[in-house]
Design a binder for this molecule. Structure first.
Ligand code: ACO
Length: 437
């Protein structure tokens, strides 16, 4: 595919330009030389919401949205979900290769070593209101870690980076669990380093007065699988936030906090919480057709449906559906599953969804499992943020090590006023505070 060229004729000047095509892509900077004269800035592309712009070269995650394929570092997601632990996958996503047994042991030891939070960070968490949303607490507390580890700003030192990666992956479950305990008014539980990553998380969430918490192995494994499915997803809104904020050489704690903030929105990771609210609102199967009509009328969105990249079944949703069966064997069925399955069945037969290629995404079923496992919907997005931290850090590290990357700084097409003279306050007309400007 090398040596492919795009010929562009600029009808304004009659000039022809030869633009190289690599990997089905032209470089936007090659368009800059297309000018009408020496004072012309040169041609730009306009791409709101990055619908057709590659912002980086990445070797981490491959998605074929039409075929419903997802691979981390070349390995199909279903194989990883079946055969790996989450930390094994985190190692793969971060380093590019699956670990040997010795490398995995070493990695797990490092992560386990960094699960504790500084006591002042624990006190910081205690300052939140009793009804603070766990995601808001999570974002703020991850950002607050930046004050505890000031050396983290040395982002170009690989050893410093590695230490922050251990810290972040080690500490996000602790922060997540503390946000949940805080919202329930329960005392925080310290990490138990005898336990696996998922078991320890469950321990910090659910341990009460028993001397040693024993996680149900089926639930711990299901959680680990969910973590694997959420580890990375290439250049989505939060990965893009991670790269954009990290590109200013901000430290990884505030960059992960920014990425988590992006994740919290209902169109991204916040959708899993919204799906449960939607299923509650629908209430029973008989109400589904009326709800679908409201979706088609543009009054509401079918949360957990649709994806910028997948125009086919999200492969993660398929694996989650299988994991759900294992969870329900332990917990009993979540009655919302029936509504969700029927909603999916009706939607997938409806012309509105068929025409727009809208399929269930990862968030459609994850919340139903989380709820069956005992989680409240407010923590669903935090459960997403824990494993995605590995992906964000992999994206961040790749960005920092890429010699082509610089501070992320898009251009704009200015549509505002041309220059105008200042108007003194007494001469200004009365205008309502604009809702949008
Ligand atoms: N319900 C109803 N209609 C939808 C939905 C939906 N969930 N998603 C997309 N559409 C419609 C749009 O209205 C649009 O219709 P139109 O062509 O008549 O205007 C068409 O499908 C294309 O949708 P866009 O919004 O242009 O697609 P985009 O790629 O910008 O958005 C997104 C993708 C944000 C995920 C969207 O599908 C959505 O809002 N889904 C619901 C929220 C959700 O589940 N988010 C989680 C995504 S997965 C993740 O981030 C982890």
């Amino acid at each position: 595919m090398e040596n492919e060229v795009l010929s562009i004729v600029d009808k304004r000047t009659g000039k022809t330009y030869e633009i190289p095509i690599t990997n089905g892509t032209i470089r936007a900077m090659d368009l800059r030389k297309i000018k009408t004269g020496p004072d012309d800035f040169g041609l730009m592309t306009y791409d709101p919401a990055f619908m057709n712009t590659a912002s980086c070269q990445s070797a981490i995650t491959f998605i074929d949205g039409d075929k419903g394929i997802l691979r981390y570092r070349g390995y199909p997601i279903d194989q990883l979900a079946e055969k790996c632990s989450f930390l094994e996958v985190a190692y793969l996503v971060l380093t590019g290769e699956l670990p040997t047994a010795a490398q995995l042991k070493d990695f797990v030891t490092h992560i386990t070593y960094h699960t504790m939070l500084h006591e002042t960070t624990k006190h910081f968490l205690e300052g939140f209101r009793y009804n603070a949303h766990p995601m808001g607490m999570f974002i703020s507390t991850v950002a607050a870690l930046s004050t505890v580890y000031p050396e983290a700003k040395n982002v170009h030192d690989p050893e410093v980076r590695k230490l922050q990666i251990y810290r972040l992956i080690g500490k996000v479950p602790t922060i997540a669990a503390y946000t949940y305990r805080h919202s329930l008014g329960f005392p925080y539980v310290y990490p138990d380093n005898d336990l696996s990553y998922a078991e320890n998380f469950l321990n910090m969430l659910w341990k009460m007065v028993e001397p040693k918490y024993q996680a149900n192995p089926a639930l711990a494994r299901a959680l680990d699988i969910l973590f694997i499915l959420h580890a990375d997803h290439e250049q989505n809104c939060s990965a893009n936030a991670m790269r954009a904020v990290g590109s200013s050489q901000a430290d990884p704690f505030v960059s992960v906090a920014a990425a988590a903030a992006a994740l919290s929105g209902p169109l991204h990771g916040g959708a899993n919480e919204e799906v449960l609210k939607m299923l509650d609102e629908i209430g029973s199967k008989e109400n589904i057709p009326a709800y679908i009509e409201r979706v088609k009328a543009g009054q509401v969105k079918l949360m957990g449906f649709g994806h910028r990249i997948y125009k086919n079944y999200d492969p993660r949703a398929r694996i989650i559906k299988q994991a759900a069966d294992q969870v329900f064997e332990v917990t009993g069925k979540n009655p919302k599953l029936e509504i969700a399955l029927e909603l999916e069945r009706i939607a997938l037969q409806d012309e509105y969804f068929i025409k727009r290629k809208l399929y269930p995404n990862v968030d459609f079923y994850s919340g139903i499992i989380y709820q069956a496992m005992g989680f409240k919907p407010e923590i669903f997005t935090v459960l997403f943020a824990i494993p995605r931290t590995a992906g964000w850090l992999a994206q961040w590290q790749e960005m920092l090590c890429d010699p082509e990357q610089k501070i992320a700084r898009p251009r704009q097409i200015f549509t505002g006023h041309d220059v105008r003279d200042f108007v003194p306050i007494e001469k200004r007309g009365v205008r309502e505070f604009p809702a949008a400007a």
